[in-house]
Ligand binder design. Sequence first.
Ligand code: S3P
Length: 179
Amino acid sequence: MKHNIILIGFMGCGKSSVGRRLSYRLRMPFIDTDKLIERRAGKKIPEIFAQEGEAGFREREKSCLCSLLKERGRKIISTGGGLPLKEENRAVLKELGQVIYLRALPETIYGRLKHDTTRPLLQTEDPEKRIRELMAERASIYEAAADVIVDVDGKDFEEIMGEIRLLYHKWKRRNVRRR
Ligand code: S3P
């Protein structure tokens, strides 16, 4: 099995919450790329966007992702929603491990993020419209970047984690047979 499990998907689809819980369950360390970027930059994401623009944030995101290639051991990695947009990042994701796309409908995301103030891209007059636009742009990119898609609408954490654990054990078994 390619060693890490990586969660991708739109803002608010549950990558960090699912990833953290999964890391307890599977006893694997957890890395959240957004948190790592913030720790390394010494500032929060809205501050990075305000001072360096989205382009500055994307550069930080790319180098954060590349730095994970040097890490040893199997991990659960949750990623920022825009990370797979760069083609070179998608190549790094494939190298890092099995990529799971947590797919959610725009209405699910809007329901979760309508009062959010921490996502610079959604601080607009009409966040619902923005979510729909960004999702339309990104859906096929997430699909192309993923090894597998897990739909999350209407499911609780247990259901989602159950599906991912099944995949994880399948990948592990396949890996044992290949050795
Ligand atoms: C972004 C998603 C955010 C964060 C930044 C940009 C995006 O992460 O990286 O605000 O472009 O979709 P989450 O997906 O964890 O919210």
